[in-house]
Structure formats: C-alpha cells, structure tokens
Write a protein that binds this ligand. Sequence first.
Ligand SMILES: O=C(O)CCC(=O)C(=O)O
Ligand SMILES: [Fe+2]
Length: 290
Amino acid sequence: MGMKEASGQFTFENVLTREQLHYFDRHGIIQFKAFVDKGAVAGFLREIGEVENYFLNKGISKVNGIPLKFGRDVDGSPLIQRIAFASQYSSVLKEFLLDPRLAALTALLGKYEGRVGENEKDGLVVNHYVNTPVSAFRQLGWHTDSPRDLFLGRRILPMLNVGLHLDDCPYANGGLRVLPGTHKQSFFRLLFRKKYFIDNNPDKREVGFDIEAGDLTVHDGRLWHRVQASPLQDEASRRRVMYIPIITGAYQPKTPDSRTPFYHRLGQLSLNPSGARTSLSALLARNDYK
Ligand SMILES: O=C(O)CCC(=O)C(=O)O
Ligand SMILES: [Fe+2]
C-alpha cells in the first residue's frame, strides 16, 4: 500500500483469488473495481429514491427500531441521509442481496461461516453525504464497526462491511479512509486507539481510495476507519454508499417491534446545543453505526 491512496484495486471474477484473500487478511480492506455497471448503479439510485419518498410521505422515522437520519438536500428539500433495512422496501435491492457474488465474499471471513445480514444489525444501509450550508452529515469520525456488539451484550465477532459505491469519489474528494491492518489489533486498541466519532483528524498512516460508481469496498468491521468530508460543495460533494453487513454467529433478526438500541436513544437525548459530546456518550449515542 502506498502512503495515501491504496494501491490494491482488484477485479472480482466470481471467486476470490488467493492473492485477494491474502491482501484482505493483511490489510482488512479490499477494493473491487466495477462490481456492478453504471446501469445497475442508476437503477439502485432510483430504488433508493423511491424508498426515501415512501418514508418521507408516510412520516416514518425508524425502521425496525433504527432511526432514519434526516437532512436537507442542495435545493432545500428533505433528504434521508441514513436509511437502515432499505432492501425490505425494494424488490430490486432485495434481489441484489441474493447475488451469488456477495455470498462468495464470505470467504473473506476465513474459518467463520458468514451470511448476508438482510434482517440483522441495520440490514442494508444507505449513507448519503452532501455538503450544503445546513448539512449535518458530511463526514464521519474515526471508529470501528464492532463495539455495538458489546452494547448489545454480544462478543465481538469478525464481520464484513461491504460498501457498494454509487457516486464517483476520487481520493481528493474525501470519502473512506482506513488504517490498514488495525483489524488485527488488541481488544484494548479496538476500543481506545482513537476517540470514537469525535476524532476527525487525518492519520499519517491512513489510506483512501479512488472510487468510481459501481466499485465495491469490503472492510473488516474491526478496522479503524472514517469518512473524510468532501472539499467540494453541493452537487459535486454528493456521496452515496450502500453497506451490506456480512455476519457470523447466531441469527438475530430485527422486526418492527425491535426496540431502539439504547445508544440510539441516548443519541436523541445527549446532543447538546453546540453539537459537542463527550467521548463516551458519542460512542454510545452514535446514531448510525453498524
Ligand atoms: O460512508 C462510508 O463509506 C463509511 C460509513 C461507515 O463507516 C459507517 O456507517 O459505519
Ligand atoms: Fe463504519
């Protein structure tokens, strides 16, 4: 891997190669170019738009206990910046989750048996970042995706977060930044390497990616990562990514009766007027991690 931009760009051909498995094991992240074509990207964006309209029109604010994150678009219209369980509202998205190539990615879990978590955790998540004068969702501080398991009373198991990128995002436009190799850190470092979600500072060892719409990234849930804000504004800053969890362990589906996890409820209470939070409450309150 280079200093800044990750050098490892691969093509997925139905089955993972030894080189790809090795690369992922070593770095905890891998990028596949053009996992889907531009037509598929356009189709997914259309579906997401419809799911979003459905929620907005129905005044739905939570799915299976997970709050939607609302914002405003460039033109001032309402926007949902984080949708959970999106595939439960779209047959096109649901079908994508059945793509055998996604199932093939479970090989990245090594000895663990993995499955696509359509109805578990937060299901298929859609993140939508855009810089506008009023946008509250333009970046994401350093975190791993693992501690949530602890708050749910479970042991941390390996998991994969599979990101299908729906906008072009060259390295210079911000986007995903990771600390390669940190998926193999100690439990202590997993919890305390950085201040969860508070710390937005670049790290000299971080790497980012040249992403084109249709690319796929897969990261180990234990890897430290963040989202760098785009230096651009408005339309040019738009970044949409769908995340599919590939998980192990006991099947724990969520339903409309599922309680909102307590860190989400804390999130609704603990935002003080300046928007600043203490590090522990930020970790607990984080409105949108998997
Ligand atoms: O938007 C991304 O690429 C990363 C999002 C993320 O890390 C998260 O939602 O936990
Ligand atoms: Fe994350």
